[in-house]
Write a protein that binds this ligand. Sequence first.
Ligand code: 3PY
Length: 267
Amino acid sequence: ATHTLLNSLKANKTAFGVWLTLPGLFHARTVSQASPNISWICIDSEHGLVPLVPSAAETVASIHGAVDGTAGPSAIVRIPATGASDSTSWQIKYALDAGARGVIVPMVSTAEKAREVASDCRFPPVGRRGFGSPFTQGNWGLSTADYLKFANDGVVVMVQIETPDAVKNVKEIAAVDGIDVLFIGPYDLSISLGYPPPSPDPHPEVEKIIQQILHSAHDAGKKCAIFCISGSQSARRAAEGFDIINVTSDTGAMSEGIARQLAAATA
Ligand code: 3PY
């Protein structure tokens, strides 16, 4: 499958995505096929109900096979472990072995942890990712040598900036080689800083920090991503210069669509 997310980033086009919180291959396929404007889908194994083992792998394959003959979305996995935990390493390996074209790692708050994440995402000599999955290489139909380069060149490494320490260290994190994207989680960022959660927009003080993170990413030559919950909020973030934007989620869009149809029926 085409790496739609990476292609958008290389073309400096905003990459809009959708959050997947429910398991099920046909569910993933339905979401993938919902719009040609979906560049990526985040399989959320952190707060969503798609277990990393083994469902994330099947879901990745389902998304990549979903839109025949056209450029479908890139499947991205958000791993459950936070950047402060020893589990990040094996969980990143699992997600990438499953064929994910990128990972989102929650709560990465220091440059040291960011360096570990970047290293976990690429094979030697660039990083320390272990090789051995019988599945991924075969998916792409490549020789081992070609696969190692293809995987290293194509992986999109995103770390979430959503704690007070991450805000303090944001410039150092952005500067880490191999970190491609700073991903802002506005909900965790707000509550970890002692502000109310966005409703739907963040508190003005949190908003100032969000803009600082955006600029820190761009100053370091990196991309910046943010989680939104609606098309209109996403359009505003795109106008501000965000490169990667989550527009909606499977459950959010489903509830809203059902409510809208029922409102029309009973009006
Ligand atoms: C946050 O806003 O905290 C996120 O990580 C998005 O789910």
